[in-house]
Design a protein around this ligand. Structure first.
Ligand code: GLU
Length: 449
């Protein structure tokens, strides 16, 4: 279904494009939200008067800083660091840090913009932000990673704080990096301020289930979408792109719930294993030995490695894009539909292009957009902040139960909003409107700031 934007929204979008030239992914994220907001402005004209949408599209603050460091050969390296505090209507800026050579201001702004609505949907008190660097962790030694993290935090620390801005991980930033970042923050500020970062080690202030949360949450969201269609995960053939933290714990929960994952990937190629992916091997290769997924095939003669392959060509019933933005293009979406795929749950942020999303909605798939489907990660980060604030430490079972309840709540509120606005089953519109209304109401209450 094609929803046209009103002249007013078109004008807002045009302004965003001209004020933020060359930031294609940011434009894309904004356009997707604006597409959903027409009926909201008709129902709540006060938001137009207050220019809430224009204000949401303008980050509250943005920092760009130099990150110099020395590699193991003693050579000087220079990277660029970013942190965007996008919106703090609902709480301190909250969102991950991404280390990847593709990182630019536009990428960080798209991620920060998405984070505003995702975080609002969790129902927790967290605003939206994002940060990162064009640093490429691939092939770097542990020492180089540590020196880079220390320099990055030296540039960023003055802007952070448990009530101000609370980063976590994203692509290229996991438990090891959060440890180095926390150590440097502590040293610079002379404070053991646990709540300033999430995704910490479980032995020193981290929350149980945070590592698993994004993946597990995505699967819970999928289970709820299927339940709404009187279907289950039992026996479903699934594809999970990527093989990082999100992909690994999507696979784990799918296997626990009786689904079968037959392929995963990394940026070099695809592993197809019809008997079902051997998760303990993926964990060892990626989490412990930090190797490429190609090596999987050395251990399983029945598995096939396709260098440069496209995972979406493999027939499946459910697809979980869990690698990166825009990994499902229109052709991939059409191929998935043609091959009998009935549902898509987004573990990565904005992994489907607008044309791809259009195809999924047209074909009537159960399509869970990232800002709803992958909110379990940041929701568990908010639970980590809760535990840090109360100096408490919850059990795995208790925390996972809470995560499950949050995902059910996100699903139900998004689905009810879609119904209320006349597009039942459209989780894109439901998520955008529900998230927007929470943020808009708080901004209205806080006055013109
Ligand atoms: N990077 C994750 C996301 O995209 C998690 C952010 C967080 O835990 O703050 O939501």
């Amino acid at each position: 279904m094609e929803i046209m934007m009103s002249a007013q929204l078109e004008e807002i979008y045009r302004q965003v494009q001209s004020k933020n030239p060359g930031e294609g992914e940011f434009h894309q994220a904004v356009q997707e939200v604006l597409h959903s907001l027409g009926p909201v402005l008709t129902r709540y004209p006060e938001f137009s008067e207050l220019r809430i949408i224009e204000r949401i599209c303008e980050p509250e603050r943005q920092f760009i800083f130099r990150v110099p460091w020395q590699d193991d050969q003693g050579r000087v390296q220079i990277n660029r660091g970013f942190r965007v505090g996008f919106n703090s209507a609902l709480g301190p800026y909250k969102g991950g840090i991404r280390f990847h050579p593709s990182v630019s201001l536009g990428i960080i702004k798209f991620l920060g913009f998405e984070q505003i609505f995702k975080n609002a949907l969790t129902g927790m008190s967290i605003g939206g932000g994002k940060g990162g660097s064009d640093f490429d962790p691939k092939g770097k030694s542990n020492h180089e990673i540590m020196r880079f993290c220390q320099s990055f935090m030296t540039g960023l620390a003055r802007h952070l704080g448990e009530h101000t801005d609370v980063p976590a991980g994203d692509i290229g930033v996991g438990g090891r990096e959060i440890g180095y970042l926390f150590g440097q923050y502590k040293r610079l500020t002379n404070r053991y301020e646990l709540g300033v970062l999430t995704g910490k080690g479980v032995g020193w202030g981290g929350s149980r289930v945070r590592t698993e949360a994004t993946g597990y949450g995505t699967v819970y969201f999928m289970r709820e979408m299927l339940k709404a269609r009187r279907d289950t995960l039992e026996g479903k053939i699934c594809l999970v792109s990527g093989s990082g933290n999100v992909a690994i714990y999507i696979i784990e929960k799918l296997q626990q719930l009786g689904a079968k994952v037959i392929a995963c990937s990394d940026s070099n190629g695809v592993i197809v294993h019809e008997q079902g992916i051997d998760l303990s091997l993926v964990k060892r290769l990626k989490e412990v030995e930090r190797r490429r997924i190609a090596d999987y095939a050395h251990y399983h003669p029945n598995a096939r490695y396709v260098a440069g392959g496209n995972i979406w060509e493999i027939p499946c019933q459910i697809a979980f894009p869990a690698a990166t933005q825009n990994e499902i293009q229109e052709n991939d979406a059409l191929m998935l539909i043609r091959n009998g795929c009935v549902a898509v749950g987004e573990g990565a942020n904005m992994p489907t292009t607008p044309e791809g999303v259009h195809q999924f909605l047209q074909a009537g798939l159960a399509y869970g957009p990232s800002k709803a489907a992958n909110g379990g990660g940041v929701a568990t980060s908010a639970m980590e902040m809760q535990q840090n604030a109360s100096r408490d430490f919850w059990s795995f079972e208790f925390t996972e139960k809470k995560l499950e309840e949050i995902m059910i709540r996100i699903h139900d509120s998004v689905s009810e909003t879609a119904e209320e606005f006349g597009v039942p089953g459209n989780y894109v519109v439901g998520a955008n409107i529900h998230g927007f209304l929470k943020v808009a109401r708080a901004m209205e209450a806080h006055g013109l700031i």
